[in-house]
Design a protein around this ligand. Structure first.
Ligand SMILES: NC(=O)c1ccc[n+]([C@@H]2O[C@H](COP(=O)([O-])OP(=O)(O)OC[C@H]3O[C@@H](n4cnc5c(N)ncnc54)[C@H](OP(=O)(O)O)[C@@H]3O)[C@@H](O)[C@H]2O)c1
Length: 258
């Protein structure tokens, strides 16, 4: 399987590195500047600055540039795309499906098999939460994408109506989780740890909390009950966080991007 990713930035670059590490497919990635492609040296990722040449042999073409650059990229590669043999994927949830389809179809024969794939940056380390959301792609196309992105974390096929909600929870969500880690580490510095140690401690603690939920398939509150001794430190800490609006702030944050 050959995959070409147009755009080697935070998301496209992370996906290229993650997928190549797992040997999930032959990966080609493009960028405007040679300098951007330096980070792929020795990774097995093929690098080009010529988008047309890069998409020619690919079975899957992923567009991973900023939303306002998407129309230019589509206009550039459209003449060499073949909608019968190639799936088209957008990493950009900010560009509407109808706009993408209109741009892909304008002046070209055939029906593009279009899907969105929304990973998060943990794809680079094989721990992405990825959503595959078909637009005009067939079921088997979505399954192929789901299988590929399952090699670099957990991948889930969702209908279009859930794609933006998924983006908020998982792609933006990684930033929310990191902000918690930073905040907790700042608390740790106040209680006596060096910042570097506090960050490592909180990161491992969050990893442990996630592992408990994923392995036990339990409710967060069931795991919380196990660590809240009556009158103890944990319940005092939780209640102080809630008094400052913790749950409310997180729900508001998750909903704000919609
Ligand atoms: N970051 C995330 O967590 C995340 C999550 C899900 C989806 N997304 C989506 O992914 C897309 C990319 O975001 P990003 O954060 O990765 O952006 P980014 O870091 O700014 O990277 C964009 C990349 O596109 C390249 N590029 C720009 N114009 C190009 C062109 N005409 N042909 C080929 N390559 C071109 C740039 O190359 P140069 O460096 O050489 O200029 C750069 O490497 C966005 O639509 C975003 O919404 C991002």
């Amino acid at each position: 399987m050959k995959i070409t990713i147009i755009g080697a930035g935070n998301m496209g670059g992370a996906a290229a590195l993650g997928l190549a590490k797992k040997g999930a497919a032959e990966i080609t990635v493009t960028a405007r500047h040679e300098q951007t492609l330096k980070k792929f040296e020795g990774t097995g990722v093929k690098c080009l600055t010529d988008n047309k040449a890069a998409v020619k042999d690919a079975q899957i073409v992923i567009i991973a540039v900023k939303p306002w650059i998407v129309p230019d990229v589509i206009a550039e590669i459209k003449p060499v795309l073949d909608y019968k043999t190639q799936q088209i994927v957008s990493f950009a949830p900010g560009v509407k499906a109808e706009d993408l389809l209109a741009q892909l179809k304008d002046g070209k024969e055939g029906e593009p098999r279009l899907s969105y794939v929304i990973p998060n940056t943990a794809i680079e380390v094989g721990e992405s939460m990825t959503f595959v959301s078909p637009v005009t792609a067939e079921e088997k196309d979505a399954e192929i994408l789901n299988d590929i992105f399952s090699t670099v974390g957990v991948s889930m096929i969702v209908p279009q109506k859930l794609m933006i909600a998924g983006t908020g929870l998982a792609s933006c969500g990684i930033a929310y989780a990191l902000r918690y880690i930073r905040a907790a580490a700042e608390g740790g510095v106040e209680t006596g740890f060096y910042a570097k140690d506090a960050t490592a401690i909180v990161a491992q603690t969050v990893k442990g909390a996630a592992a408990l939920l994923l392995e036990h398939k339990s409710h967060p509150e069931a795991e919380i009950d196990k660590v809240t001794t009556p009158g103890g430190m944990t319940i005092k800490g939780l209640n102080a966080m809630e008094a400052a609006g913790f749950t409310d702030a997180v729900i508001k944050g998750v909903k704000a991007g919609k």
